[in-house]
Design a protein around this ligand. Structure first.
Ligand code: HEC
Length: 147
């Protein structure tokens, strides 16, 4: 027969994994609560995506810069695809970005093109990669007329 103290030791050893996983679970819970409570960072706003555009995308030139015909075409595409979330005047509905905001107006056209192509799906902005490049640039041209 095993002496009592040894039995207790053995029982304790068996408990160690359970205690560890309980501790890990508690830590995970605390960490996720802390993350959830974290205030949204300044650079996490509706246009934060634009500052993340890779240099190669930022440097792309809009072939239609300042061309009013392209802007008019972009306006039509905008009313068709974008107005439902951003409003027909681009001021943004609910949580969709206000397209008149400086963050968007000051962004390089290439960054806007990139943002339209990629979207920010997690935040509710769809990807527009199914639109041909020409239409994306027309949209960018239109967006730049909103001040
Ligand atoms: C289903 C709703 C929805 C539609 C449709 C939509 N957007 Fe958005 N858009 C959003 C939301 C939400 C954001 C804010 C995303 C965020 O928090 O980063 C956003 C952000 C943006 C931004 C800022 C950059 C970015 O990616 O965050 C631009 C520019 C933009 N939209 C342009 C457009 C254009 C142009 C169209 C039409 C081709 C369009 N959006 C269609 C919801 C939409």
């Amino acid at each position: 027969m095993i002496p009592k103290t040894h039995r207790n030791r053995a029982a304790e050893m068996r408990n160690i994994p359970t205690r560890w996983s309980a501790a890990c679970l508690a830590l995970t819970l605390i960490a996720s609560l802390a993350l959830a409570a974290r205030k949204p960072r300044k650079d996490d706003g509706p246009a934060a995506q634009l500052s993340k555009a890779p240099a190669r995308a930022r440097s792309l030139q809009n072939p239609f810069t300042g061309q009013s015909e392209a802007a008019a075409a972009g306006r039509k595409i905008y009313q068709q695809h974008c107005a439902e979330c951003h409003g027909s005047d681009g001021r943004g509905l609910d949580y969709a970005a206000d397209l008149h905001s400086p963050a968007i107006q000051d962004a390089p056209p290439g960054a806007l093109f990139w943002a339209l192509r990629n979207g920010r799906i997690r935040k509710g902005m769809p990807s527009w990669s199914r639109l041909p490049d020409q239409q994306l640039w027309q949209l960018v041209t239109y967006l730049k007329t909103l001040h």
